[in-house]
Design a protein around this ligand. Sequence first.
Ligand code: HEM
Length: 271
Amino acid sequence: MEKYTPVKEDIKGILGRPGYDDDSIAPLLVRLAWHSSGTYDGMSKTGGSNGATMRFHPESNDGANAGLDKARDFLQPIKEKHPWITYADLWTLGGCVAIESMGGPQIPWIPGRTDRDSNIKTTDDIPPNGRLPDASKGQDHVRQIFYRMGFNDREIVALLGAHTIGRCHVERSGYTGPWTYTPTRFTNQYFKLLTTVDWQPKKWDGPLQYVDPDDELMMLPSDMAVLWDPEFSKVAHEYAKDKDLFFKDFAAAFGKMIDLGVPRNAHVSKL
Ligand code: HEM
């Protein structure tokens, strides 16, 4: 695994970016790792991080992936410096390095993803649009999307805790604002705020989203589902009280997510 150390160091080196969002591209890299993996369908065993198919149409044009072209561009010089690493490994490693660099847990990351050949013209092995979650929807939709990947309720809540970092951009998703006051620190603030703030619908012309009384922070309708669904809510309250528990569960769930659909032989999986 030592050969990945220089790549990790180079990823760390590009995370700080004065003038971009909160002077960091780390949250954006986490979103790239998640969206490249979150297309997995356990029934057909298609989609997932293997192949780095987001480079190609129609996945590259999925509205849900708006803005992720920037994340891919930010990583491109690292790919050029270390051409032996696949895009699929680089994108998932980028998310893991970003999480750790923001003070989050170490994510189990195993290399071995391959890139889909850009010469193949068929779109058969590129996941169709619409596999990623819709933020305007509630718990039934959230469950449907994550059960399809093979996650249970507890893992879903842990994964959604990633909204403790980053922010929404009107020009990308239609939504606006950060979930926490510390969008570049990986903590359990998302759960603390979700379970204590008096969230109200934002008064604006945009899509329904929720804001705190000062209109500084936000929650998506799909985030509110975590508060309003009794099963999800139980877990959210546990994570609000216990950061270590959240970190442990998040690391396991995120590690599982970036590995979905990655073909591994017995030797590699022991690394
Ligand atoms: C129900 C599931 C989810 C929905 C509906 C959802 C929706 C969204 C939306 C609408 C944005 C704003 C995009 C933008 O305007 O730039 C966003 C950002 C983000 N999401 Fe999610 N998300 C979900 C799950 C997840 C998961 C599982 C992760 C990671 C484990 C994640 C990580 C992030 C991060 C880090 C950002 C911030 C990106 C940035 O700052 O540029 N999300 N999400």
